[in-house]
Design a protein around this ligand. Structure first.
Ligand SMILES: NC(=O)c1ccc[n+]([C@@H]2O[C@H](COP(=O)([O-])OP(=O)(O)OC[C@H]3O[C@@H](n4cnc5c(N)ncnc54)[C@H](OP(=O)(O)O)[C@@H]3O)[C@@H](O)[C@H]2O)c1
Length: 484
């Protein structure tokens, strides 16, 4: 069925809207998924009329969509109306309310109204309260939804405060908290791989798995987001959301079915059971900050725009965690993420144990299951096989499934799935409040430990993090599995 809605995009001139949301909506349009009654209200503070706005977004849509920006862009642009407002002006909420409530598409009372918050997080609250102050929610007869970008708060207290405000006007069913990593093909594949393959299901535990590693590296620094990033850091920006979500999918118990709430229940169980073992000595946490790399012409974090001259914000975090459950007793989960880490890479490595003495001894050739999330998407299993011509020497071989090669054309953008699901009111790729609450509890706890004197290790911009991250994993005679 074609999608029908009035889609209100707050922050329609921002980076996320231009690079991801509008191009993804355009892809849905080109695929014929949007019905005649799907309309986009683009909210921004700039002086644009309809034509200016359409001209303004066209280049970004062309550069970032999976589809050529051709004659179809004309019919796409006809779906859009631009609404100028300033989030800080009370009177603008009155005008927006009046404009939305008089929209002919909403008159039947059936078409859903979707608010997508692609703005700085503090505006999520201001916009909700601004609309409430204008009496909008009392007058609206239509089904409504609220889609919130990450980050959801910056600690447990702020997240709880936000949630209390949204909950006044929206039910949990109407709130969609995004974590765009959940929309990535290979992150979704974690569940299929685990629960569709009996060979993995039986060995997915501490008896057979030695350790699990999650790496998310970014090439970029902080760009123009210094103001936001300097008060956030890698732990709160990346670990609290993407890395803990991936961990929860890897470590969850088998759900009773694939219903969304069953999956969410299982994910929450994991997040509640995540522990740091060596709390006092800080041995399980490494924080780093990138410094200038003259050779590569990259500046250091402290020289970035809007960053305090003596900032101690971490741009890299590595953690050794455990999941307190019979399945995972004694299995370390190593997580690392950072900015300016040389390459844009996200992947998971599940390293299997060396059980008993092998008839074919070989060093450092453990069986590995690698899930490549980005930029390449795929899965491979590293096995040992006999070297050609030799009777007993074994070498690593891999059974490789590369998703990028097996589907024609460019892969579906994570944001296409997220938008598509939000429009269809499907919660699968969105986090429930108790997932956010438990992850902030854990992160606040780590934050407190770090606040009591963790040192910040330097790493050169363009390299994969500080030396200390190698020590974090090396202490137990393991090493980071570097996947290219
Ligand atoms: N960018 C990404 O790739 C990305 C990825 C994941 C999550 N997110 C999240 O998505 C959200 C948006 O990020 P972003 O990078 O797109 O931010 P951004 O580029 O700074 O865009 C913010 C938007 O809000 C508008 N705005 C700011 N103040 C306003 C005001 N007083 N009245 C009306 N409009 C106002 C801006 O308008 P102007 O254009 O006129 O300034 C712009 O459209 C954030 O919560 C971020 O954490 C972003």
């Amino acid at each position: 069925m074609k999608k029908s809605a009035v889609f209100v995009l707050f922050g329609s001139t921002g980076d996320l809207a231009l690079k991801k949301l509008l191009p993804s909506l355009y892809s849905l349009h080109c695929q014929g998924e949007l019905g005649d009654d799907f309309k986009i209200v683009a909210v921004g503070r700039r002086e644009f009329d309809h034509k200016d706005f359409v001209d303004f977004i066209q280049q970004s849509v062309a550069a970032n969509s999976r589809y050529v920006c051709d004659y179809r862009f004309i019919s796409f642009s006809e779906r859009i109306s631009y609404f100028k407002m300033d989030f800080q002006l009370e009177e603008d909420y009155q005008s927006l309310s009046t404009s939305l409530l008089s929209d002919s598409l909403l008159q039947s009372g059936e078409l859903p109204l979707i608010f997508y918050m692609a703005t700085a997080p503090d505006f999520f609250r201001d916009i909700t309260q601004g609309l409430a102050g204008a009496g909008f929610f009392e007058r609206l007869k239509n089904p409504k939804r609220l889609v919130l970008e990450k980050p959801f708060g910056h600690d447990l207290a702020s997240a709880s405060e936000f949630n209390a405000i949204f909950s006044k006007y929206f039910t949990e069913e109407e709130i969609f908290r995004t974590d765009h990593y959940l929309g990535k093909e290979m992150v979704q594949n974690i569940l299929s791989m685990r629960f569709a393959n009996p060979i993995f299901e039986k060995i997915w535990n501490s008896e057979f798995i030695d350790n699990i590693q999650i790496t998310v590296f970014e090439t970029e620094g902080i760009g123009s987001r210094g103001g936001y990033y300097d008060s956030t850091g890698a732990l709160r920006d990346m670990v609290q959301s993407h890395l803990l979500q991936i961990l929860s999918l890897l470590a969850m118990e088998r759900p009773s079915d694939l219903e969304i709430e069953s999956l969410r229940d299982r994910k929450v169980e994991v997040i509640k059971n995540i522990k740091l073992e060596k709390v006092d000595s800080h041995q399980d946490i490494v924080f780093g900050q990138y410094v200038a790399n003259q050779e590569l012409g990259l500046k250091g974090y402290l020289d970035e725009e809007k960053v305090g001259a003596e900032s101690s914000t971490e741009t890299f975090a590595a953690l050794k965690l455990t999941v307190d459950s019979p399945r995972w007793r004694g299995v370390p989960f190593f997580l690392r993420t950072g900015k300016r880490c040389g390459k844009r890479l996200a992947y998971v490595v599940v390293e299997f144990s060396e059980s008993g003495s092998s008839l074919f001894p070989s060093e450092d050739l453990s069986n590995l299951l690698v899930i490549k999330i980005q930029p390449d998407e795929g899965i491979y299993l590293q096995l040992r096989a006999k070297s050609l011509g030799s009777s007993s020497q074994v070498i690593p071989v891999s059974l490789d499934y590369s998703a990028a090669c097996s589907v024609s054309g460019r892969g579906v953008e994570a944001y296409e799935r997220i938008l598509s699901d939000a429009i269809d009111a499907n919660h699968q790729l969105f986090t429930r409040w108790d997932e956010i609450e438990s992850s902030w509890k854990f992160i606040d706890n780590v934050g407190q430990i770090c606040g009591c004197g963790i040192c910040l290790d330097d790493y050169q911009a363009g390299t994969p993090g500080p030396e200390a991250a190698a020590r974090l994993i090396g202490d137990s005679n393991r090493s980071w599995r570097e996947i290219i």
